[in-house]
Design a protein around this ligand. Structure first.
Ligand code: PNS
Length: 162
């Protein structure tokens, strides 16, 4: 297995995402990180372009990582890129339930396999949705998002308060 695709909303990138990206980059030749977005969904805190810029800044030191954006079915992107598998991180039993359902559907409709990485124990409580909450009320985001992009994330979220 050489090339993998790590998809997600990344709204915004967290240290939990970085843990999965770093570990995948150490084990696979190429890691595509895809911001999969629905342009009709107006609820995101960051635009797809902003999310891509944050991910590029946070992963610039990982030379085999490439950031992409995608609208539509994940399996279509996996097919177009010719990846060997999709990678997803699992934090909790609740993640496991929904991730296995998605993995089974992706395999049934397009024979796309999913490889799961168990989130590091110190990351299991971190989620992008809580990062958005904390940031909007001016809370401390240190240790929750990558240091390299903390100021941009904090600034954007603070301006969305109320
Ligand atoms: O970071 P998230 O929100 O957990 O990522 C979920 C994501 C974007 C990977 C998932 O919703 C997805 O693959 N969406 C694309 C549409 C699709 O393929 N849906 C069918 C899934 S079986």
């Amino acid at each position: 297995m050489r090339t993998v695709l790590y998809p997600g909303s990344f709204d915004p990138v967290t240290v939990g995402h970085m843990d999965i990206i770093t570990r995948a980059a150490a084990r696979f030749e190429r890691v595509y990180v895809a911001i999969v977005h629905n342009p009709e969904k107006q609820t995101s805190a960051f635009s797809a372009e902003e999310r891509a810029a944050l991910l590029k800044a946070a992963t610039g030191h990982l030379k085999n990582v490439e950031i992409r954006t995608h609208t539509g079915l994940l399996v279509d992107m996996a097919g177009a890129l010719g990846v060997d598998a999709v990678v997803r991180g699992i934090r909790t039993a609740a993640d496991m339930d929904s991730e296995i359902q998605m993995a089974r559907l992706n395999r049934q409709i397009a024979d796309v396999e999913t490889v799961f990485l168990a989130a590091a124990p110190q990351m299991v409580h971190i989620s992008a949705s809580y990062v958005r909450d904390i940031g909007r009320f001016g809370g401390n985001l240190q240790g929750l998002v990558p240091d390299a992009v903390l100021p941009q994330i904090a600034e954007t979220l603070k301006n969305q308060k109320g």
